[in-house]
Design a protein. Structure first.
Length: 436
């Protein structure tokens, strides 16, 4: 991979300085979905050969996964030096013909929990995988028991050995797998293992997120036989082999939602180019109740706020519910709303670490069990803040856009893990935001 200018070497600064009070106005291109790109890159393990991936976002989690695949023996080619950060990325070429190792290195998996997604495809292709127990964002316990139970149901054996999950299988066999909770990466890992298993598999209580559907549709193009994508019951007829394909990743609904909330906080109007409104029903409905005017078109969403921000209550839940990945941003918006709102987090425990930081701006928020209770204020005042995880860091930047004076957000490597050029894009539409 050449010219990866979003990684540490070329973006050494670790803080963002936001001067609040500017309205946003203009157009922003929405990038490819991080949470679709990661499983899609892992799916290239399933069939040796060359893949062309379009609309792959240039962000640290993607770079980490590419490095992981390279360490397993794949070859990536992605010339990032020729295309400016604000333009669509060039295609990523991935060749998995020489992929020969089934052991994922600890130093990469510890950086990013989603690297655990190599497990299913490695077992399917090699009958063996050794993957460290994952690290990643510190939001709740985040176990991987569903992934392992799923692989076991398909006939694999696993044990924990020196911090690694060591999985062995002599031919996976189709099975019925009932998930206790519709885990996104759990569904994806099991799906990627089941496509090459013998016979029929059914994943019940499967995740219905658009990113799972995108992965499944790519697998179908590769030759997999899958029915029920986007429903709680996915049926997979195993096939003997798959073939490499070209694929274009869906737009990032979380990035689109983040820009909608940004307009909510600053006022003004934004056109979100490439955004898919069909993936954002719950978000559009809540933001409309909060006083935003949202007009959806084909491949575009227009957002405007001119009146006051109304308080709304939100409960996160699996798709098609309100996404947990937009909860922190919604808390920031409600900190500026008229009146009281309650935001309940139902997907993860311990996902309110942004609240203490938002309080430093003067926000009136308290956390009771799984809810943030927010009494909105019309004015917050800039302060130094520390980002704690990916989506929390976005909420701090957004809150800073509305605050008086300067908000400095430290540790923004968390932000770079999952947003392609968020600061450049915000600057392009009128925000005062600098890397320092
Ligand atoms: C994915 C997304 C993440 C998003 C989350 C929920 C990717 C790369 N990441 O994470 O951005 O916030 O979905 O929409 O797509 N659980 C278990 N056992 C398991 C797996 C999960 O108990 O084996 C629990 C988790 O602790 C959590 C819940 O299930 O409480 C949902 O987690 P899950 O959907 O698995 O999240 P991820 O797939 O890790």
């Amino acid at each position: 991979m050449t010219g990866s200018y979003l990684n540490g070497e070329k973006r050494p600064q670790n803080a963002l300085e936001v001067t609040g009070g500017r309205r946003l106005s203009g157009e922003v291109r929405i990038s490819g979905a991080k949470n679709a790109a990661l499983p899609i890159l892992c799916a290239t393990i399933l069939a040796p050969g060359s893949y062309r991936i379009e609309n792959c976002p240039r962000l640290t989690d993607v770079f980490t996964l590419i490095e992981l695949l390279e360490r397993l023996g794949a070859q990536a080619s992605w010339d990032l030096s020729s295309v400016p950060l604000l333009d669509p990325p060039p295609p990523l070429f991935m060749d998995t013909s020489g992929l020969a190792s089934f052991e994922a290195p600890f130093e990469l998996v510890r950086k990013m929990r989603a690297s655990f997604l190599v497990l299913g495809p490695l077992v399917a292709r090699f009958g063996r995988a050794r993957v460290p127990l994952p690290g990643g964002c510190e939001i709740g316990a985040r176990p991987v028991d569903f992934h392992l139970q799923g692989l076991k149901a398909l006939g694999a054996q696993w044990e924990i050995d020196s911090g690694f999950v060591d999985v062995r299988a002599t031919g996976l066999k189709g099975a019925r797998i009932l998930l206790d909770f519709p885990s996104v990466t759990g569904t994806e890992n099991i799906l990627m293992a089941a496509v090459l298993a013998k016979g029929t598999s059914v994943i019940e209580n499967a995740a219905m997120e658009p990113e799972v559907v995108d992965l499944g549709e790519m697998l179908i193009k590769m030759g997999a036989r899958i029915k029920g994508l986007g429903t709680p019951s996915i049926v997979i007829e195993g096939v003997d082999e798959l073939r490499p394909v070209s694929w274009k990743i869906i737009p990032d609904r979380i990035e689109a939602g983040t820009f909608m909330v940004a307009v909510g906080i600053t006022g003004g109007e934004l056109g979100l180019l490439g955004a898919e409104a069909g993936h954002l029903d719950a978000v559009i409905s809540k933001l409309s109740s909060a006083g935003l005017k949202i007009v959806t078109g084909s491949g575009r969403i227009d957002v405007e706020r001119s009146g006051p921000i109304e308080s709304v209550d939100v409960t996160t839940s699996p798709y098609p519910g309100f996404p947990t990945d937009l909860q922190a941003q919604m808390v920031a918006l409600m900190a500026y709303a008229k009146g009281l709102s309650v935001i309940k987090e139902q997907v993860f425990e311990n996902r309110f670490r942004h609240v203490d930081e938002l309080r430093r701006l003067g926000a009136d928020i308290r956390v009771e069990q799984r809810s943030a209770i927010i009494r909105g204020r019309s004015r917050l005042k800039g302060a130094p803040l520390t980002a704690t995880d990916l989506r929390a860091s976005a909420s701090l930047v957004l809150a800073g856009l509305g605050a008086e004076g300067v908000t400095r957000v430290l540790d923004i490597h968390h932000l770079d893990r999952g947003y392609e050029a968020l600061d450049e894009k915000l600057r392009q539409v009128g925000a005062r935001i600098e890397r320092v």
